[in-house]
Design a protein around this ligand. Structure first.
Ligand code: SF4
Ligand code: SF4
Length: 315
């Protein structure tokens, strides 16, 4: 167990600090109900008595990554779980994480923040949640234990370091992973297991370096939460660069009052790659309309963290 990893994000305390939940969108409410009432009870299940072992870690990794895609993920990768990948106070009794990601539809981020962008965030939490539950069911049907790490945000594993180590992309100035072709508009989850698996590697596609010369997310963040400079005290990312640290105490009030904000994702300069094929005939623009009403005052939890640090990654 790590004593240096951050505690799990205390959603209830943060919402209490901004006067409670104020986003009232019926479709969002329905997705949340389905996630908590229908998906959470399906995290566990019977492990088949007969166990199928794989010929090698390579074969197992290839098979399970392909299965993850079949279960509904758009991308999949594998990494070894280190203590700093687990939220402080939580435990994960497995060695590997099979990380999965699913893209969000660009056409729902044409105006941000908006009802449409909020619903799309929740839709993908739900559909990617189905993908990790299906993958976990499959692993148990092979006679192996596993643990579901749902994308919605109260998992035991930190999705960002897991996604970086699984080769999903590089850490952007806005604190989200940028995939070389999907850009930053995707969500992540994982399934933890101890089946011996070949692991993927972090990538260096020049994305993190690009952020040093691009400030689009910084400029459009209405809460002034995205930093000008990297913070050496926050530790290095997987490429050895000091991390950019988003100020959660500024971001969260805006996020909580304005449809989960999300402005920093569709304005990101990396939104111009493969996902554009996702237009599917819908009328879309290359750059979203960004609504930036006055930000609410910043809040910090008295006992909590003013900023949400991610741990220094081992290389
Ligand atoms: S979600 Fe909104 S407030 Fe938070 S960092 Fe992104 S742009 Fe800024
Ligand atoms: S908008 Fe620019 S600076 Fe911000 S994360 Fe994207 S590429 Fe990096």
């Amino acid at each position: 167990m790590s004593t240096t990893s951050p505690p799990a994000f205390s959603w209830d305390e943060w919402y209490a600090a901004v006067g409670g939940r104020s986003i009232r969108i019926e479709d969002v409410r329905e997705y949340l109900d389905r996630i908590y009432n229908d998906q959470y009870p399906r995290f566990g299940g019977e492990v088949a008595a007969e166990r199928r072992d794989f010929a090698s870690p390579d074969e197992a990794a290839t098979h399970l990554k392909a299965k993850a895609i079949e279960c509904g993920a758009d991308i999949s990768g594998i990494c070894r779980i280190e203590p700093t990948d687990v939220y402080r106070g939580r435990t994960v009794a497995h060695t590997y994480a099979i990380a999965v990601g699913q893209r969000m539809r660009w056409r729902e981020f044409q105006v941000v923040p908006s009802r449409e962008s909020a619903i799309e965030c929740l839709r993908v939490y739900f559909t990617l949640g189905e993908a990790v539950i299906r993958l976990a069911d499959y692993i148990r049907s092979l006679g192996h234990q596993c643990q579901v790490e749902h994308p919605i945000g109260d998992s035991d594993l930190l999705h960002i370091p897991i996604g970086l180590k699984a080769g999903f992309g590089e850490l952007g100035r806005h604190g989200s992973i940028i995939h070389p072709t999907l850009g930053p508009l995707f969500r992540m989850g994982s399934v933890a297991t101890s089946i011996p698996l070949a692991t993927d590697k972090p990538i260096d596609a020049g994305i993190a370096k690009f952020c040093d010369n691009c400030r689009a997310c910084r400029k459009y963040c209405p809460a002034d939460a995205i930093p000008d400079h990297r913070s050496p005290e926050a530790g290095a990312d997987h490429l050895g660069y000091d991390r950019y640290v988003v100020d959660t105490g500024r971001c969260f009030p805006y996020f909580a009052k304005h449809s989960y904000c999300s402005i920093c994702l569709p304005v990101c300069a990396y939104n111009h790659k493969e996902w554009a094929r996702d237009f599917e005939g819908f009328k879309t623009r290359l750059f979203p309309t960004v609504l930036m009403p006055e930000p609410p005052p910043a809040v910090d939890l008295s006992e909590g963290q003013p900023v949400h640090w991610y741990p220094k990654l081992k290389r």
